[in-house]
Design a protein around this ligand. Structure first.
Ligand SMILES: Cc1ncc(COP(=O)(O)O)c(C=O)c1O
Length: 384
């Protein structure tokens, strides 16, 4: 049996998405920037995809730009917005629990002479709004916050964040890393005072290699990648038409089937929570304010990486922290910022579910965890 419980890292492409994409490899493979019939055809489908994405997010198609991944979208926004403000304002604010795509870009900006401020989070991983209010000042040109955390699943009060930021300084712009929201919780930009947002198709049963960037009409932005002037002169490079078509279809499906999928994942997660608690696990994820698919748990006396390896031997795939950093033995920066006890943090594994997971998989997982625990108790190996 193969059990894939690492859906915050990436997801299986939905068959319906794959089916739509294949046509654009086999038949409609024109370059969307070519002036002839095949180019026009590809362009038409790409623009239809842009319209679909815009509709789902409640914005205008002219505010949607396609990139190669969310990491590119985030780099693009943070670096070029900083560049446009360079001579007037130099403070940028974020949180310590962001994805490395944000944190490493912030490090780069700091090296370039920008002042990066971090708003602390509480023990559940929720940003401290009163601290945010204190930090935003006249010099703050951008606040970047994630809508939901990839490691523990905590959902941020994005609406309160934007309200507080704009109240304190109406010129401060807001970027939301919304990568983990689609297909898990309702997320629309329609009523949010957000200026930029980033998404990634491979996180919601779409293909790898497609980032979706929202840039509100009229806000500052410059190209990060220069060349042929695609994406209205702001992101050069021939667009990934099959990927873009797939991304739009995946987003449409994710939103149409959200309530059913969320209920299903929540049900499986509840079963996992009670099963794991019976085995002595410590639940890290703040269940009531988190993504329904995410569960960060820790067992005393077993390293998360050891448990991950043993589970992998049974064909069960979980992660110890985010996929980009899980080969790194250092403690998770997210758990550290939440003030999680070192022993608990060392034992943490992340289970992240999707619509395809089943009760049988949960039962198999719980059975194998129990076997591993009793084996370790018997042998006394692998203890910290
Ligand atoms: C919250 C968050 N932001 C950004 C990213 C980066 O996305 P991509 O893989 O599309 O670059 C990820 C992926 O792990 C993520 O979870």
């Amino acid at each position: 049996m193969r059990v894939y419980f690492d859906n915050n890292a990436t997801t299986r492409v939905d068959d319906r998405v794959l089916e739509e994409m294949i046509v654009f490899y086999r038949e409609k493979y024109g370059n969307p920037n070519s002036a002839h019939g095949m180019g026009i055809e590809a362009n038409l489908h790409m623009e239809k995809a842009r319209e679909k994405v815009a509709k789902v997010l409640g914005v205008s198609p002219s505010e949607i730009f396609f990139t190669s991944c969310a990491t590119e979208s985030i780099n693009w926004i943070l670096k070029t917005v900083a560049e446009t403000f360079e001579k007037r304002k130099r403070t940028i604010i974020t949180t310590p629990i962001e994805h490395k795509a944000v944190l490493e870009t912030m490090k780069y900006l700091s090296m370039k002479g920008f002042k990066v401020k971090y708003v602390p989070v509480d023990s559940r991983g929720v940003v401290k709004l009163e601290e945010l209010e204190k930090l935003v000042d006249e010099d703050t040109f951008l606040v970047s916050i994630m809508a939901a955390n990839n490691e523990v699943g905590t959902i941020q009060p994005v609406e309160d964040v934007t309200r507080i930021v704009k109240k304190k300084n109406k010129e401060t712009l807001v970027h939301v890393d919304a990568v983990q929201t689609i297909g898990k919780i309702p997320f629309s930009l329609e009523k949010l005072e957000v200026d930029y947002a980033s998404f990634s198709a491979h996180k919601f049963h779409g293909p790898k290699g497609v980032g979706i960037t929202y840039i509100r009409k009229g806000v500052p932005i410059r190209p990060l990648i220069h060349g042929g002037g695609q994406e209205r002169g702001l992101r050069s490079g021939t667009q990934n038409v099959p990927g873009i078509v797939g991304a739009a279809r995946a987003m449409e499906i994710a939103v149409e089937e959200l309530s059913e999928a969320a209920k299903h994942m929540e049900k499986l997660r509840s079963k996992l929570v009670s099963g794991l608690m019976n085995l002595g696990a410590h639940i890290i994820t703040p269940l009531e304010i988190s993504l329904p698919n995410t569960l960060s748990v820790s067992f005393p006396n077993i390293r998360g990486s050891t448990l991950q390896n043993l589970l992998s031997g049974y064909g069960i795939y979980v992660s110890t922290s985010s996929a980009c950093t899980s080969k790194d033995e250092r403690l998770s920066h997210v758990l550290d910022a939440m003030g999680v006890d070192r022993r608990i943090a060392q034992g943490a594994i992340r289970i992240s579910l999707c619509k395809y997971n089943t009760e049988e998989e949960v039962d198999y997982f719980l059975k194998k965890i129990e076997e591993i625990l009793s084996f370790l108790d018997l042998t006394g190996n692998n203890r910290r």
